[in-house]
Design a protein around this ligand. Structure first.
Ligand SMILES: C[S@@+](CC[C@H](N)C(=O)[O-])C[C@H]1O[C@@H](n2cnc3c(N)ncnc32)[C@H](O)[C@@H]1O
Length: 430
């Protein structure tokens, strides 16, 4: 516990911007801020990193580099809004980071833009914090998750009723012909499970029931009993028949009725959802260069695709097949497979904020640092992004940079690249 002496001193510390308080892990952990109300001191809470940065005494025109606070690394899975756990997503931002960035760089009622919304972490946190949101992403999987998080079912009863309605509509369509399903997809499921899931799925898709679809995608593959596939990994779809062979684990290869699993998933998804403020939100499913962003938005907060490190199409292939069976998963656009792809995306971003970000608005880029083991000469993506922003978005200045290392669970590799850390670049428009 903090000593009363320190608690009394802190209002002065904040007011005087004492330079002795530095932005390091230990300081962030140790700092306590008082809650002062008209009736006096009403308790304390741990200081957020932004407050710490603000009291370093560094003039705002000067770049400040800091490490991220420790609590960015701690688990929030039991405290965050349960909608964040709808379905896994590679490269997903931690909700606590999204929350801090939205809180720090936008205000209630302002418009926050996220052009690489992925699983919708930033849009969800922004709406929970009373911001209006405009989001986009080129991936069909990202589109489903973001839409689901922006417009979840209002209650369990509503969600269960929607499930009944979808099931009712799907009835007359009869059994699905599994010969129309590619063998690699069939390999993941008991045939009867797949038939019943697909019949329901097609009806849900036809009526744009994104929340129900996202819940179903969230239980599509894993080895746990609440999931629909044969034993498989959860994040990226790989069958785990070597670890769980059928002759030793026959129960993992039996028919799995999807309805009780879907209802249980919906319950989990809505378990911790406080009512959200009334805000406006919009999502566009399109690649960055084709999106018509609103003019004068107040903040752009986003995490661009990791340079040369992740293959969103391959890693989401089973869920993408459900979403786009006819196109054979050709979600090609998200490929950020080379430095030039990354450079082009950041150039488009820079042009966007230069043209459409409101004066004094913020642009926050969470940039994954992928370091190739094969090539020591690879430039860090945050440096590349910084250079591009300086060149093309000259009305913005870099306020500070926060560094974070990514916990193992969030790491993903492609070929010889490994994502090791990320930098948060914070710019402000003059
Ligand atoms: C790092 S992920 C974003 C993760 C997100 N912040 C979250 O918490 O889930 C980057 C996203 O960029 C999207 N993306 C890649 N290339 C794109 C492009 N050209 N236009 C729009 N989105 C793109 C990918 O589909 C992916 O969802």
């Amino acid at each position: 516990m903090q000593s009363p002496r320190l608690v009394r001193r802190l209002p002065d510390v904040k007011g005087c911007r004492l330079p002795t308080i530095r932005c390091s892990h230990r300081d962030v952990k140790d700092c306590i801020i008082p809650h002062v109300t008209s009736r006096g001191l009403r308790g304390t809470s741990k200081v957020r990193w932004r407050s710490v940065i603000d009291i370093t005494g560094t003039p705002s025109s000067q770049l400040r580099t800091s490490n991220c606070p420790d609590y960015w690394r701690s688990s929030v899975s039991h405290t965050e809004c349960s909608l964040h756990q709808l379905a896994p997503y590679i490269g997903k931002l931690k909700s606590i980071i999204a929350r801090d960035l939205v809180t720090s760089y936008s205000r209630v009622g302002q418009l926050v833009v996220d052009p690489f919304s992925g699983s919708g972490t930033i849009p969800l946190e922004a709406t929970l914090l009373g911001r209006n949101v405009f989001a986009s992403d080129s991936s069909a999987y990202a589109a489903t998750l973001t839409r689901a998080k922006l417009n979840p079912a209002s209650s369990l009863e509503t969600a269960f009723k929607t499930v009944d309605e979808i099931a009712y509509v799907s009835e007359p369509h009869g059994a699905v012909d599994l010969r129309t399903v590619p063998a690699w997809v069939r390999a993941f499921f008991h045939p009867q499970t797949l038939k019943s899931v697909l019949r329901f799925w097609y009806a849900a898709m036809a009526s744009d029931q994104y929340f129900i679809m996202a819940c179903l995608l969230g239980i599509l593959h894993h080895q746990r009993p609440g999931f629909l596939s044969y034993p498989a990994s959860h994040l990226v779809p790989y069958l785990r028949s070597n670890k769980f062979p059928e002759h030793l684990y026959p129960e993992l290869y039996s028919y799995r009725p999807f309805r009780p699993r879907l209802l249980a998933k919906i319950e989990r998804a809505l378990a911790r959802c406080s009512p959200r403020p009334i805000v406006a939100s919009d999502f566009v499913h399109a690649p960055l260069r084709m999106v018509d962003f609103p003019s004068g938005f107040d903040a752009l907060i986003t995490s661009p695709p990791y340079m040369n490190a992740l293959d969103y199409e391959r890693d989401n292939r089973l869920r993408l097949w459900f979403l786009k069976p006819d196109t054979n998963c050709s979600d090609r656009e998200p490929g950020c497979r080379s430095i030039s792809d990354f450079v082009n995306l950041v150039r488009t971003l820079a042009d966007l904020v230069e043209a459409r970000l409101a004066n004094r608005g913020h642009c926050v880029l969470v940039v994954g640092e992928s370091v190739s083991r094969g090539s020591a000469s690879l430039r860090h993506p945050a440096r590349i992004a910084l250079d591009i922003m300086r060149e093309r978005a000259s009305s913005l200045t870099l306020l500070h940079e926060i560094r974070d290392s990514i916990p193992d669970i969030r790491r993903a590799r492609r070929e010889n690249a490994a994502v090791k850390s990320e930098s948060v670049l914070v710019f402000k428009k003059k």
